[in-house]
Write a protein that binds this ligand. Structure first.
Ligand SMILES: Cc1cc2nc3c(=O)[nH]c(=O)nc-3n(C[C@H](O)[C@H](O)[C@H](O)COP(=O)(O)O)c2cc1C
Length: 312
């Protein structure tokens, strides 16, 4: 009988049953919803980014679908680190029997604050901490993202790494920089165990009849199909600059999209907007598509094809 393709991956000393990871922010931090994603087949799940204090986020409208993707400016709505820890502890308990690792996403406004949030969140003992230095929707409150510059990105990486004991960290980069490879290199040298690439791309949707931007925040972050070629290029560039694994994120809606991301150099694949387009069972759907593709192309083990598109 034909063997089923092997989808297991290793990411920063963690073993995942498959490379698909729920991207941060799309399902919040509700333990029940994270469990739902795990039951649907996610290899790991990431919580919504959490900061030092409770934030209400931006007024509505905060999300719009347009021809080629989504545009959102949620504004990092979250309950604050102290309350988040309780949710993460519950989520970890629920996910443990399913053998699905929990990644906890954090953000902050200053380098020291990143250290403080990281050490509070480490109390929940997540399997990995994802450091969001790249949210495009909070310039008014926080100024330029730390992901805009190698030195700031490395400084955040160092302080988070020093604040979380032996919990591995992934640093999440922004697509709208001219030198993402060099930023990734700086983050690796500062101690990151993995890189998540990418966050959303700044954009705007205008309603011509109303003569006004659709989002209350006016600008937002583009995700979904329009982001895929941008994310693929970022992943491919990062892959030539670092040796740590990459979680390729941006516009993955199908099994074939996930294959493209891995061929570009990603070890794992973030799945976010696909939940909007294909519903809550999206992980099992993409997994089936991945297996079918691997059978047709005689790929035994998904790790065989990491970075293969750029090897010749
Ligand atoms: C509604 C929404 C909320 C998001 N919130 C966060 C967040 O809190 N933290 C973060 O790092 N990324 C956040 N993101 C970005 C996603 O994690 C992901 O990087 C991006 O959407 C690209 O992947 P996709 O095209 O698969 O959605 C959010 C994206 C969306 C659509």
């Amino acid at each position: 009988m034909e063997k089923s393709p092997d989808l297991h991956i290793k990411l920063a000393d963690l073993h995942l049953n498959n490379p698909l990871i729920l991207a941060s922010g799309v399902m919040g931090t509700s333990p029940a919803l994270l469990q739902r994603m795990a039951l649907s087949g996610a290899g790991a799940v990431t919580s919504k980014s959490c900061g030092p204090e409770k934030r209400e986020g931006h007024p509505n409208p905060v999300l719009v679908e347009w021809e080629h993707g989504l545009l959102n400016a949620i504004g990092l709505t979250n309950p604050g680190a102290a309350e988040e820890v309780a949710l993460l502890i519950q989520a970890k308990e629920i996910l443990a029997p399913l053998e699905v690792p929990l990644f906890a996403s954090i953000f902050a406004g200053t380098i020291d604050e990143f250290g403080r949030v990281a050490s509070v969140i480490a109390d929940a003992d997540p399997d990995l901490i994802e450091v969001n230095i790249s949210c495009p929707n909070v310039h008014d409150d926080y100024g330029l993202p730390f992901a805009a510059d190698s030195k700031s990105a490395a400084a955040v990486t160092r302080i988070v790494k020093a604040s979380v004991g032996d919990i591995p960290i992934a640093v999440k980069l922004a697509p709208n920089v001219p030198n993402i490879g060099l930023i990734a290199q700086a983050v690796e040298a500062a101690g990151a165990d993995a890189i998540t690439a990418v966050n959303t791309m700044p954009g705007m949707v205008i309603d011509a009849d109303a003569a006004h931007p659709v989002l209350y925040n006016k600008t937002g972050g583009i995700s979904g199909p329009a982001l895929k070629p941008i994310a693929l290029r970022c992943v491919a560039e990062i892959a030539t600059h670092v040796n740590i694994p990459i979680i390729g994120t941006g516009g993955v809606l199908t099994g074939q999209d996930a294959i493209e991301m891995i061929l570009a150099g990603a070890t794992a694949v973030g799945v976010g907007s696909a939940l909007w387009y294909r519903g809550p069972d999206v992980f099992s759907i993409i997994l089936e598509e991945l297996r079918a593709f691997m059978k047709v192309h005689k790929i035994q083990n998904i790790q065989e094809i990491i970075g293969k598109a750029l090897q010749n």
